[in-house]
Design a protein around this ligand. Structure first.
Ligand code: ADP
Length: 494
């Protein structure tokens, strides 16, 4: 191995401590690979309410107690606790500041269903605390790997407030965009406490975004290198006006420093041979136990079992991005051939209302659960025959990768990471691993879904497709090498 690198990986969520979506999975799986490759990697995240001291064995760190963070006209005292990623020697530091993080939900106020009013202050403090933690530890990483808008001010602080600080003279930053749609936009007045010069926020300057401040823009402008989570999404955000979400020009300007690296899967957690949450373990050589999982799933959902009736699964944040309006538009037609359909998701009220009514209308065919439930997510992956992801856009998507491994045929729209990972059966029956439709259009979606349901009747073709999908390798091995290449590149630029 080349020289071991020191990486500080900062993320607003890390599995199993706190998770709302794919980022949490990535923030634990990628560091494990980096560590396995011989590098020194440490993690940093907020201590939300769910990060229970006892459950996750968090310890006070004497030298990280009462860290003094400059904050506007005052100073804030925070504590940093530590623990390990389960079953590893990877150290995780937690920012303990109860007024900001002792909350059930991480970003959205459950009382109003809107973002917390103090998100700017919360995550500016998070960024500043990450840097101050390193100072107090006297640990000088080669790279700080920042993830999503919540970490966007780390590169800014390093290049401004800390630019003459010897502790960071050899530290570079990588900023990963997991979803360009979340931009951390706030009024300029909210960022006064950062202590940054006012001029940075004025029109035309680096932190200004249409008269406001965007944490995402801050990260993109100031990080030494940037990446996103699939090659296709990397192209889409630079070239497709809709998917660029107003950032196209900024991204194009930084195009030479912008990479697309596909996410991977932690197969020690998401694989039917070893999955601790499913009753029937199976692999590509013997699928018999997949039936056990299907029976268990349907029993749990109060739906009748019939091996000839295909069961379709969907696990998702219930937001417009995920293409749920296509499902809503065609719901009755989807149900028409007698399929079964199970949804697990949390999110917008309009979808919850629709799916609640649909469950009453189709009690033998449809079930919906509106909560975050990791165990049920695993059982759905194992017990269903097909998995739906008709996303409007999808930076990478993890569930189609899990589905491939569980022999649960993905039906996806050709966008972002979905386009990079699922091969359309109707275009190539020899290589196909799922069903892919191109246009974001309800009729195209329905036609493709119906084709999948029809193909399910052809057991030989279906099993062949299952086996091909299960043999695909989307482990972190290849992708972590790409990240190490970026870290190494940054290290050489020092
Ligand atoms: P995104 O990051 O946009 O939410 P991904 O497909 O990349 O989408 O990752 C979603 C992850 O979150 C998957 O691991 C999925 O199983 C999980 N997930 C989403 N909603 C739920 C839920 N309600 N219960 C359990 N797991 C969920």
């Amino acid at each position: 191995m080349a020289v071991p690198l020191k990486i500080f990986f900062v993320s607003p969520e890390i599995s199993p401590f706190a998770k709302t979506g794919g980022l949490a999975d990535i923030a634990s799986a990628l560091p494990k690979e980096i560590k396995n490759a011989g590098h020194d990697i440490r993690l940093f995240m907020p201590q939300y309410t769910v990060v229970n001291d006892r459950k996750f064995v968090l310890r006070e760190v004497i030298r990280l107690k009462k860290l003094d963070i400059p904050f506007g006209d005052t100073r804030i005292h925070v504590n940093i606790k530590s623990s390990f990623l389960p079953d590893t020697k990877i150290q995780v530091y937690f920012l303990d500041y109860p007024p900001y993080f002792n909350r059930e939900e991480f970003y959205v106020d459950p009382k109003t269903n809107r973002d917390y009013a103090d998100n700017a202050e919360r995550f500016a403090l998070f960024c500043r605390s990450a840097i101050e933690t390193l100072k107090r530890l006297h640990w000088h990483p080669d790279v700080i790997h920042c993830n999503d808008w919540q970490t966007g001010f780390i590169p800014v602080f390093l290049k401004t407030l800390y630019k003459d600080d010897d502790s960071f003279k050899n530290t570079k930053t990588l900023f990963t965009i997991h979803n360009l749609a979340y931009q951390g936009i706030f009024p300029v007045s909210k960022l006064k406490m950062t202590g940054l010069p006012d001029t940075l926020f004025t029109i035309g300057n680096s932190l200004e975004y249409y008269g406001k401040v965007s944490f995402l823009k801050a990260g993109i402008e100031y990080a030494d290198l940037i990446n996103t989570v699939s090659p296709t999404y990397n192209q889409e955000i630079q070239n497709d006006k809709e998917l660029g979400f107003g950032f196209q020009d900024i991204l194009k300007r930084r195009s030479k420093s912008l990479y697309g690296i596909l996410n991977g899967v932690d197969y020690s957690e998401w694989s039917p041979e070893v999955d601790q949450w499913i009753p029937g373990k199976y692999d590509s050589k013997s699928l018999t136990n997949k039936i056990v999982d299907k029976q268990q799933l349907l029993g749990f959902c109060n739906l009748p079992y019939d091996e000839n009736v295909p069961c379709i699964g969907l696990i998702s944040r219930l937001v417009d991005q995920k293409g749920l309006d296509l499902i809503v538009k065609k719901f009755d037609q989807i149900m028409e051939p007698g399929v079964q359909f199970i949804i697990l998701g949390k999110g917008e009220e309009k979808y919850q209302e629709f799916f609640t009514a649909a469950a009453q209308k189709y009690p033998q065919q449809f079930a919906a659960f509106f909560r975050f439930d990791n165990r049920l997510a695993h059982l759905i992956e194992a017990g269903c025959d097909m998995f739906l992801m008709p996303s409007k856009f999808e930076p990478c998507g993890l569930n189609q990768l899990y589905s491939l491994r569980y022999g649960t045929i993905p039906i996806v729209r050709k966008t972002g990471g979905l386009a990079d990972t699922v091969v359309d059966f109707s275009t190539d029956e020899q290589k196909g691993t799922g069903f892919v439709f191109e246009k974001y259009d309800a009729d195209d979606f329905l036609t493709t879904l119906k084709l999948a349901v029809h193909t399910f009747g052809d057991k030989k073709k279906w099993k062949g497709m299952i086996r091909r999908g299960m043999k695909q390798d989307f482990s972190w091995k290849a992708s972590s090498r790409e990240y190490i290449k970026l870290y190494t590149k940054l290290n050489k630029e020092k």
